[in-house]
Design a binder for this molecule. Structure first.
Ligand code: FES
Length: 152
């Protein structure tokens, strides 16, 4: 872990209570800062919060929101629910995989993009849905998907 990363981590521990009840909040803050949960950060969380490392790992694998692998600056999610599937989500996945040279579940080596598929996100009326970081795009034609993803 670099000095800059250690400083970021220290700030997270400084602004949270140092007790086991703060575990999820601390893991969320680490995930937000690093876009995943680095091993060193989880070990430090265990120490700082007085929680067994096994409990930190079990919390980090229980919640889908946490990732143990580095993720891209831009997280591209394609809804694969029924309405989106019927309206061309597969074509969108294909287009994104080809253009970004990545498969679903992968992160680019430059850590710019991660492609994921998700279940119905409850916006079926605007299927197919593409989510770029926190922004929802509806009625996305597959030829627009890459442009939207690259805009971030
Ligand atoms: S199926 Fe995609 S939003 Fe519901």
């Amino acid at each position: 872990m670099t000095t800059a990363e250690k400083t970021k981590l220290k700030k997270i521990f400084d602004r949270n209570p140092k007790n086991p009840q703060a575990l999820i909040t601390v893991l969320q803050d680490i995930q937000k800062e690093f876009r995943y949960l680095p091993c060193d950060a989880m070990s430090e969380a265990a120490k700082q919060l007085g929680v067994p490392l096994s409990k930190v790992f079990s919390a980090s694998t229980f919640y889908n929101a946490f990732s143990l692998k580095p993720r891209g600056e831009t997280i591209i999610r394609i809804c694969q629910g029924t309405a989106c599937h019927i309206n061309g989500a597969d074509l969108m996945v294909e287009q994104l995989e080809t253009e970004l040279n990545l498969k679903v579940g992968e992160t680019s080596t430059d850590l710019k993009f991660t492609i994921e598929v998700v279940n119905c996100v409850g916006a079926c009326a605007m299927a197919p849905v593409l989510i770029v970081n926190e922004t929802y795009h509806g009625n996305v034609r597959c030829d627009r998907a890459v442009g939207l993803a690259k805009k971030g």
